[in-house]
Design a protein around this ligand. Structure first.
Ligand code: ADP
Ligand code: ASP
Ligand code: MG
Length: 435
């Protein structure tokens, strides 16, 4: 809607009607809506997406849409399917080529979604990441966006079009196509929210918001109505793939309000904001939950290395070799005579090779998982670790290693114990009940 004093022009269009043309500025109330792979997977769902877009327009918003590739693994234009096409022919296909083929999924989706809108009489045009002004840093498969100049989107909005942007992609200074890491369409949406000074960003997905645990493994999981950027970021980093952690970081840095909701149930959802706008006591942490949510990650391998006597050089050499091999270490505990760390299963062969070559004896435990409890008030509430340990002990779940930050406690356990661990922690921290 145009605010008082906004410049508004009437422009004749082909059908003999007049379009209202707003000049760019604060008078446009922008909403960025991102629709994930399952939300655009079928004709019926895309019709529902179009309905959500027109609902928002009826509320006076100019809508910018971001889409993911249509469907999931096995569907013809889904990211995993597209990626498998060259890999089946040539397993050593470069990251460059994979980025090129994967980016097509979002582009196809954007064009199909724009066509769906046009058929309903809503003027719309599709944009690749490059056309939408996304400049990336050249890192194939995990690129960061270094600039976003969405001038073409602004022009489209001024024409009265709904721009539909292909998520998950950009181009570097050499014109090379880069993708933003799996789940990266969320990041596209939040960056656009910041660049276009949108009122908020809505992330539509296949669950009704950010939940107290992954509903895929715990049916008692409940929607969290309001959560801080820091907590979501931590949940996402610890494995809750409902939103990309980088998207949350961008939202936090630019103070963009983000809402996560379900296409089929848009009246519910989770609002993600800064801590200051949480409605419960801004000055006191008393009465606040110690734990807001639980995340997990699977397929981890623990390495245990025992030294006979402290040896700083050997210790450094081990970690340097692992770093040079491009392996990310997750949990790590270093004592003079014991080093314990975990890596993703896909890296375990590399680490074992390195230790063998260094002649370092080690124990390797496959089939591990990590469960993490996250809560912004945790650091000021005593006894959280004791509650965690007690809950797991009571179920006979062995804790193999721990790690923590000021808002997270992570525990390495056997993957076979994961469901039980999530369930018992969920119960012990009363996450199934409204506060
Ligand atoms: P999209 O394709 O819409 O981006 P994703 O598959 O990336 O959807 O993210 C949604 C999925 O995230 C859900 O289906 C759910 O299984 C998973 N998930 C993991 N942890 C959580 C959580 N804490 N809350 C909600 N969903 C979660
Ligand atoms: N289509 C990409 C993926 O599957 C990006 C996304 O969905 O956000 O990872
Ligand atoms: Mg996603």
């Amino acid at each position: 809607m145009a605010a008082a004093g906004a410049a508004v022009r009437l422009v004749p269009c082909a059908a003999g009607h007049y379009l209202i043309n707003y000049t760019w500025g604060e008078e446009m109330k922008i909403l960025v809506q991102k629709y994930g792979g399952t939300s655009v997977s079928t004709l019926e769902k895309r019709e529902l997406v179009a309905q959500r877009i027109s609902d928002a327009m009826d509320e006076g918003f100019r809508v910018v849409v971001v889409v993911s590739a249509m469907g999931r693994k096995g569907d013809p234009y889904a990211t995993d399917t597209l990626k498998s096409l060259p890999l089946e022919v040539y397993p050593d296909t470069s990251l460059r080529e994979l980025d090129l083929v994967m980016s097509c999924g979002e582009t196809i989706s954007a064009v199909v979604m724009a066509a769906t809108l046009c058929r309903r009489g809503t003027k719309s045009s599709a944009f690749t990441g490059a056309q939408a002004g996304f400049l990336t840093d050249g890192h194939y498969s995990e690129a960061e966006v270094i600039d976003c100049q969405p001038s073409k989107l602004k022009e489209a909005l001024q024409r009265g079009d709904v721009p539909v942007v292909a998520g998950f992609q950009g181009v570097d200074a050499d014109g090379e196509v880069n993708t933003l890491g799996r789940g990266g369409s969320d990041t596209t949406a939040v960056i656009l929210g910041a660049a276009l000074e949108a009122e908020k960003v809505e992330i539509f997905t296949d669950v009704s918001g950010i939940m107290t645990a992954d509903p895929g493994i715990l049916k008692e999981a409940r929607i969290i109505q309001h959560i801080t950027y820091g907590e979501v970021c931590q949940l996402a980093y610890e494995g809750a793939k409902v939103i990309h952690p980088r998207a949350v970081e961008v939202a936090m840095r630019n103070n963009v309000d983000v809402v996560v909701k379900n296409l089929e149930e848009p009246e519910r959802g989770t609002l993600i904001t800064g801590e200051a706008s949480m409605k419960e006591g801004n000055y006191s942490t008393r009465g606040r939950r110690a734990v807001t949510g639980i995340a997990h990650s699977m397929e981890l391998v623990q390495f245990l290395i025992e030294f006979d006597s402290p040896d700083k050089n050997r210790e450094l050499e081990i970690f340097e070799r692992i770093g040079e091999a491009g392996v990310n270490i997750d949990l790590i505990s270093v004592f003079p005579l014991l080093k314990a760390f975990t890596v993703k299963e896909e890296y375990s062969g590399k680490v074992a090779d390195i230790l063998d070559r260094l002649g370092t004896p080690y124990k390797m435990e496959k089939g591990c998982a990590k469960v993490s409890v996250v809560g912004v008030s945790m650091h000021s509430i005593p006894g959280v670790m004791a509650r965690v340990v007690k809950a797991l002990n009571e179920q006979g779940i062995e804790i193999k290693q721990t790690g923590d930050s000021n808002i997270t406690i992570s525990l390495l356990i056997r993957q076979d114990d994961l469901r039980e661990a999530v369930k018992t922690l969920h119960e012990n921290f009363y996450l199934g009940k409204d506060s």
